[in-house]
Design a protein around this ligand. Structure first.
Ligand code: C2O
Ligand code: CU
Length: 463
């Protein structure tokens, strides 16, 4: 992925940071690194010849948008220009930033009108893999291609050979490769969202990913799809998960790397097969709908190294405050609705008329509304028990904080992973815990964007 800013600006910005201490201190004043993002329509070869190009909306004429890559503790200043025909905002998914920079229309800022600009400025306290996207009309704006990666590097990077980002996109295309216009239809809203028919990696349908035998990769996976959940199998390989939603986790291998919408998984991939070999990466999340995502294609060069790779080290933790479970206040949040599950107190006809299909604790918000579902005291530790009383998956995302996933269906999780988006299975219950240390009104919503617009969205106030 290329940088969109000039090399001169890049060098100047890097120079300004060199020699500074490696402290991820949010309060430390730093010279911000400057970026410009222009949201506008473009035409891009998503599928590739012989198919025509696709009319998309994107940042700086590319999908994904330009990679914003900074170091932990850096401040960024991003001037966003809106050249779309409708208002937009940019949300910095997973970054624990001040509320006014969170990019939620009407809640934290006025939407950026066509022709206008807005400048976001915030520090990046956590190293890891994050992403940015609109929070205005987001099922359409993200679904048409507005998203990009935000990578925050550690000051002591992992010893790896290549650092690769795969932004996974999912599109519902018609035969002429144009984007189907049926955004927000009631079927998608009340079932599993707008799952498309074309999956891209970094904005293209890919045949293969070239590797060299013996190399060790860090692969940063970002799910930017409206609704598709990925379950990736790397045939012939044993990827080790080292971070989830940007936050380090004890390195471990899994059968299938699962990413709900908005989730990030960082893996270390050791290329241990022989030169010339091809191995498939399969997405088998939805039963009977398995497909080959692409091949890992080994070049003919001799292996980069002969020796067996050393153990993958655990990344140092980010400065996320540890919740005190002995004093934590507890709240139950139930998720209701969808086909095959009724919502208490909401009648079916009203539901269809208002295009509401989902609720949280009986409240259905289809707009960004300030009335909070919960008000939490600033600095307090909180446990939220999430109870999915529906027949569907829900990736639930909290803004402004990372939380530990303590348990699932009453069973403690093995890694007590930090996440900003927890994927709940149908009928699953999970406990999450965090310190409500970031004042403001924060969205807590399902990141299947059709569920979000269908009512599965709420505000949590930290006061
Ligand atoms: Cu990725 Cu509320 O957002
Ligand atoms: Cu959902």
């Amino acid at each position: 992925m290329k940088h969109h800013f000039s090399r001169r600006a890049f060098l100047a910005a890097t120079g300004a940071c060199s020699g500074m201490l490696a402290l991820p201190d949010i309060a430390r004043p730093v010279t911000p690194r400057d970026f410009v993002l222009t949201a506008a329509p473009a035409r891009l070869p998503l599928v590739g010849p012989p198919h025509p190009e696709t009319d998309v909306w994107c940042y700086d004429g590319q999908i994904p948008g330009p990679e914003i890559r900074v170091r932990q503790g850096d401040s960024v200043r991003v001037r966003v220009e809106n050249r779309l025909s409708e208002p937009t905002t940019v949300h910095w998914h997973g970054v624990r930033l001040p509320n006014a920079m969170d990019g939620v229309p009407h809640l934290t800022q006025s939407p950026i009108s066509p022709g206008e600009t807005f400048t976001y400025e915030f520090a990046c306290p956590d190293a890891g893999t994050f992403w940015y996207h609109p929070h205005q009309h987001s099922d359409v704006q993200i679904g048409r291609g507005l998203y990009g990666p935000l990578i925050v590097e550690r000051h002591d990077p992992l010893p790896i050979d290549r650092d690769i980002t795969w932004v996974l996109g999912d599109w519902r295309l018609l035969r002429d490769a144009s984007i189907s216009n049926d955004f927000g239809n009631m079927h998608d809203v009340s079932h599993n969202g707008r799952v498309g028919n074309t999956v891209t990696i970094n904005g293209r349908v890919r045949e293969e990913f070239a590797v060299r035998a013996g190399e060790r990769l860090r692969l940063r996976l970002i799910n930017a799809a409206n609704a598709r959940i990925f379950g990736l199998n790397f045939e012939g390989h044993r990827p080790q998960i080292i971070a989830l939603d940007g936050q380090p986790v004890e390195p471990h291998t899994v059968e299938q790397v699962i990413l709900g919408p908005a989730m990030r998984v960082d893996v270390v991939l050791d290329c241990e097969r022989e030169p010339g070999r091809r191995c498939r990466v399969i997405d088998s999340f939805y039963s009977h709908l398995e497909y080959r995502l692409l091949d890992i294609a080994y070049g003919g060069e001799p292996p980069l190294r002969q020796s067996v790779q050393s153990r993958v080290p655990r990344l140092a933790d980010n400065p996320v405050p540890e919740p005190d479970l002995t004093t934590a206040q507890r709240h139950l949040i139930t998720l209701e609705g969808g086909m095959m599950g009724m919502m208490r107190g909401i009648d079916m006809r009203m539901m269809m008329e208002r295009r509401v299909a989902w609720a949280m604790n009986g409240m259905a918000s289809t707009e960004h509304v300030p009335e909070p579902l919960l008000t939490l005291k600033r600095g307090s530790s909180c446990v939220l028990e999430l109870s999915n009383e529906t027949a569907w998956y829900h990736p639930m995302h909290l803004h402004g904080h990372s939380f530990r996933v303590l348990s699932r269906n009453g069973k403690p999780t093995r890694y007590r992973e930090w996440q900003d988006t927890v994927l709940l299975e149908p009928r699953e219950r999970a406990e999450i815990a965090f310190v409500a240390d970031n004042p403001g009104d924060w969205m807590f919503h399902c990141h299947i964007l059709e569920h979000q617009i269908g009512g599965m969205m709420a505000t949590i106030r930290v006061l």
